[in-house]
Design a protein around this ligand. Sequence first.
Ligand SMILES: NC(=O)c1ccc[n+]([C@@H]2O[C@H](COP(=O)([O-])OP(=O)(O)OC[C@H]3O[C@@H](n4cnc5c(N)ncnc54)[C@H](O)[C@@H]3O)[C@@H](O)[C@H]2O)c1
Length: 368
Amino acid sequence: MKIGVPKEIKIKENRVALTPSGVNALVSHGHTVFVETHAGEGSGFSDDEYTKAGARIIKNASDVWAEADMIVKVKEPLGPEFERMKEGQIIFTYLHLAADEALTRELLNKKVIGVAYETIQLDDGSLPLLAPMSEVAGRLSIQMGCMCLEAKNGGAGILLSGVAGVPPAKVAIIGAGIAGTNACHLAVGVGAEVAILDISAQRLRYIQDIFKGRVITVMSNKANIWDFVTKADLVIGSVLIPGAKAPKLITRDMLKAMRKGSALVDIAIDQGGCAETSRPTTHDDPIYIEEGIVHYCVANMPGAVPRTSTYALTNATLSYVLELADKGLEKAMLDNKALHKGLNVFKGKLTYDHVAEAFNMKYEKIEF
Ligand SMILES: NC(=O)c1ccc[n+]([C@@H]2O[C@H](COP(=O)([O-])OP(=O)(O)OC[C@H]3O[C@@H](n4cnc5c(N)ncnc54)[C@H](O)[C@@H]3O)[C@@H](O)[C@H]2O)c1
């Protein structure tokens, strides 16, 4: 198969859909990979590395799209990319169509085949191509929380780890899923005093087991959230109710009761945020202070560390890219139910029920 990797055009998007080793895997399976010049630069991969891995470097994006049977990307196609799509072309990327009617209609009009990373789903309900970004965001949340606690940023001037004779900071993590567990790893790693809250006893049992008593696990309810948030130096918001807006678990009153200069990193901001005071910020201007608490609410946190994020993303996507390329779309979807759930649009048909519901459009099931 001919596979195209264009340079991402979304502002400040420095990730790339394939690493040179990913390209090499495809080339060694007999496929041809076209990589747009400088596509990997933001993640620290040069054209030379891609060439050595067997890619053909293409000077402009239009030619990459024109050559490819399958385009592999990171973010959804944007304006200038619409006219480059070809009928029947597979576009494998994050699409988030339920939030974008215009893009949905564009993909349908162009009769492309849109396979969305975020809707690929295993039998246990987990989303394997969303998980790596939650891992990155969870770990990064502690790094960013440390930055918020620095005096120059309006923080209380607290070092998370403490030092000999000075106790460590208190961290409260709300939501013990993938992001929360990863935040927990880093916070425990630097020696903070960590409490983690969740409504799932099973998740709390898991945390109790893996951290062997180094973390306080707490059932999430209003009273417990009040107790742990108001005493924390750093609060991490990492809850998710799949398919819904994040619940506002952290109230303004709680923030008023916290020590001034404490910090809140609301990872769940991409779902609306789990604090009453959260509003989305950007990498250019990531923090603001409200009720004396330093807020960090960046909706695309992995963008701060594109190299790690690219590796994490491509580790997860590569096996699906290989399966699509080796078997072709129909056989790949027939063999792999999880991959089939990624199919959102197919040659003018809307094939993902939640997207159809969101826009009151016709849903058409595709069986291979
Ligand atoms: N800002 C970013 O850049 C970024 C990046 C990746 C993920 N995210 C977001 O991070 C959030 C967490 O993602 P995840 O992959 O870890 O989800 P996940 O499903 O693995 O975990 C969510 C956890 O929240 C728990 N939860 C639900 N309601 C709760 C409540 N009332 N109190 C306490 N816990 C509750 C669930 O039981 C679950 O364990 C999501 O909103 C996701 O969109 C943001």
